[in-house]
Design a protein around this ligand. Structure first.
Ligand code: SF4
Ligand code: SF4
Length: 485
C-alpha cells in the first residue's frame, strides 16, 4: 500500500479534490513546499529520492508489497539507503533477555535481582521488590479509554498543532515535535511496545504501511534529565536522573493520549520507534553514542513511546544542529565508554539505514557485573559536549555551530571540542552529593541516609581525597569481562 503523506511530487495527489479531515493536513501545500525547500537546502533525501523512480523490491522507495513509497527525511545524521525491515519489539534487548537468549547471568540479573537501593526499586520496574510500588506499572495498565464520538467541526491543522504542543508542554514535556508518520519507523505488524503486555488495540494487526496511511501523524515529546545529578553517571544518583524522567514521561503521555481521545481523535501507543519519530519531528539528531541529541539539553533527554494519531496536524521537519559535523571529530563518548561499545569509525549501514551504530550487546552485558553500583551506565550521555546546562554560553556555542556553513564547520568543531575538553575534562568525573548519597563513597560505605536501604553500612567510611568521586567500574576494570573489538 502506497504511503501517501510524502507523495509530494505525485501529479495524482496534485489533481485530487481538496480532501477533508486528516488528509487535508497530509497534503497541505505549504507543508510540502517547506519540506521541499528544507530538503533541498540540507541536501537531504526526502524530495530528491522521491524524484527517482524505482520499482525494485529492496529499494527504500518500494514497500514490501511492491507499491511505491518515499524516503522519510531524517536529517543529516541518519539516512535511509535501503529496504528497512520493520523491527519487532520482541527482538529488543529486554524481551530477548527475559526469554533467556542472552545467557543465564543476564536473565538472572534482569528477572531475579532486586535493587539494593530504594530509589532504584521505586523507579526501575525490572528491579523493583514489588512492581506495584512502581508508578508506570499503573499508568501502563490503564485500560484503553473510549474516544469521544463528537469531533470538533472545522479545524485549522496549524492552530491545532500549536495547541497540542502547548498542552503537552503544560503537562510536563520539555520538547514536543510532530512527525509525518512513515512505515519505516513503525514496529512490525502485530508487535507493540508495552511494558505490561496488556495495552493492545484494534489496530494491532495492521501493516506498517496501512498504519502510516490511516494515522498520518506522530507526536513525540521528551523530558530532560537533570544535568547536575547526571554528572554522577555510573552511580545510583545518575540512575535517578534518568529513571524518574521515564515516570514523568509516562504520566504526561498518558494524559496527552487521554486529551486527544477526549477531542474525538484516535491516539495509539507502542506502534512507533521513538528515535525515527524524534528525528523526523526535529527534536534532535542522532549522535555517535546512539542517542538523540537535542538543541537545548544535548543527549540528556528521554524519548518515550510516542503517540500515533489521526488528529489533523502539520508535521515539523528535521533540524541541523551540527551533530553530524561534531561527531566526525569528537569521539569523546567512544573514548569514555567503559565497554568499548561505541565505534571510533565511520557510520555503517544497518537494516537499510546509514548511521553510527553502537554495540548494544556489550553495553547491555555489563549491567549484571555492576548492579551493586548502578543500573544504567549513561557515561556516553554525560560526557557528550552537547550535554550541558541550558545556559547562555551553551546557546552561544550551539548557535555559532548551527549558523556556520556546513563546509566551514570543522574548525569551529575543533575549537568547541578544545573548550569542552579544557573546562570539563577529556574523561569527566565529578563528585556529586544528592539526598545524602555521595559519589565520593563506594556503595555500601555510608552512601545513603535512608533507613530502609539494604546496602552494607557496617564497613568504615572512606573519605576520598580531592573532589573527584568514585566511579565504578572504570574502563580498565571492565577489560576482564568485555571482549573488545
Ligand atoms: S557502556 Fe555506557 S558509555 Fe558505553 S554505550 Fe553503554 S551506556 Fe554508553
Ligand atoms: S560525545 Fe562527541 S562523538 Fe559522541 S555523540 Fe557527543 S558529540 Fe558525538
Amino acid at each position: 500500500m502506497a504511503q501517501t503523506i510524502e507523495l509530494m511530487d505525485s501529479p495524482k495527489v496534485k489533481q485530487q479534490q481538496a480532501p477533508t479531515g486528516p488528509e487535508a493536513a497530509a497534503v497541505d501545500e505549504r507543508v510540502l513546499a517547506r519540506r521541499a525547500h528544507e530538503a533541498k537546502k540540507a541536501k537531504a533525501t526526502a524530495v530528491h529520492e522521491a524524484d527517482r523512480v524505482s520499482t525494485d523490491i529492496g529499494s527504500p522507495l518500494v514497500a514490501p508489497d511492491g507499491t511505491p513509497r518515499t524516503v522519510p527525511n531524517l536529517g543529516r545524521t541518519v539516512t535511509m539507503v535501503g529496504m528497512v525491515t520493520n523491527v519487532d519489539v520482541n527482538d529488543g534487548p529486554h524481551p530477548k533477555n527475559i526469554r533467556g537468549e542472552l545467557g543465564k547471568a543476564m536473565n538472572n540479573w534482569y528477572t531475579k535481582t532486586v535493587a539494593k537501593d530504594p530509589l532504584m526499586r521505586a523507579t526501575d520496574s525490572s528491579h523493583a521488590a514489588d512492581k506495584r510500588n512502581f508508578l508506570n506499572t499503573h499508568t501502563n495498565a490503564t485500560s484503553k479509554g473510549v474516544i469521544n464520538p463528537k469531533k470538533p467541526g472545522v479545524v485549522d491543522p496549524k492552530a491545532l498543532s500549536k495547541h497540542i504542543k502547548k498542552v503537552a508542554k503544560h503537562l510536563g514535556a520539555d520538547l514536543v515535535g510532530i512527525a509525518a508518520a512513515h512505515p519505516a519507523f513503525m514496529y512490525a505488524s502485530g508487535s507493540r511496545y508495552v511494558q505490561d503486555g496488556e495495552a493492545q488495540d484494534t489496530y494491532q494487526s495492521m501493516t506498517p504501511d496501512a498504519l502510516a496511511k490511516r494515522f498520518p501523524f506522530v507526536i513525540q515529546t521528551t523530558v530532560a534529565w537533570d544535568h547536575d545529578t547526571l554528572q554522577a553517571h555510573r552511580h545510583h544518583i545518575g540512575d535517578m536522573s534518568y529513571h524518574h524522567t521515564s515516570m514523568k514521561n509516562a504520566m504526561l503521555m498518558k494524559a496527552l493520549e487521554g486529551y486527544i481521545k477526549e477531542m474525538g481523535y484516535t491516539a495509539i501507543r507502542g506502534a512507533v520507534n521513538p528515535q525515527g519519530a524524534g528525528l523526523a519531528a526535529g527534536l534532535g539528531e542522532l549522535g555517535r553514542n546512539g542517542m538523540m541529541i537535542s538543541e537545548r539539553f544535548g543527549a540528556r533527554i528521554h524519548m518515550p513511546d510516542p503517540i500515533l494519531t489521526d488528529m489533523p496536524l502539520i508535521a515539523d521537519g528535521p533540524i541541523d544542529l551540527g551533530v553530524e559535523d561534531f561527531c566526525k571529530v569528537c569521539r569523546k563518548c567512544a573514548n569514555n565508554c567503559p565497554t568499548n561499545s561505541i565505534s571510533f569509525g565511520p557510520k555503517v549501514v544497518y537494516n537499510g539505514i546509514e548511521k553510527y551504530k553502537i554495540n548494544w550487546l556489550t553495553c547491555y552485558k555489563v549491567r549484571p557485573y555492576v548492579a551493586d553500583h548502578y543500573g544504567s551506565c549513561l557515561t556516553c550521555v554525560a560526557v557528550c559536549p552537547f550535554t550541558k546546562p541550558d545556559s547562555w554560553w551553551r546557546r552561544v556555542g550551539g548557535t555559532l555551530l548551527k549558523m556556520t556553513p556546513i563546509k566551514a564547520r570543522p574548525p569551529v568543531v575543533h575549537a568547541l571540542k578544545w573548550i569542552d575538553d579544557t573546562f570539563w575534562g577529556e574523561f569527566p568525573s565529578r563528585r556529586v552529593k544528592f539526598l545524602g548519597y555521595d559519589t565520593g563513597l563506594k556503595v555500601g560505605e555510608h552512601n545513603c541516609t535512608d533507613p530502609s536501604c539494604t546496602a552494607n553500612h557496617k564497613e568504615p567510611q572512606i573519605i576520598p581525597v580531592g573532589d573527584v568521586g568514585f566511579y565504578a567500574p572504570i574502563k580498565k576494570q571492565t577489560d576482564v569481562f568485555v571482549k573488545r573489538g
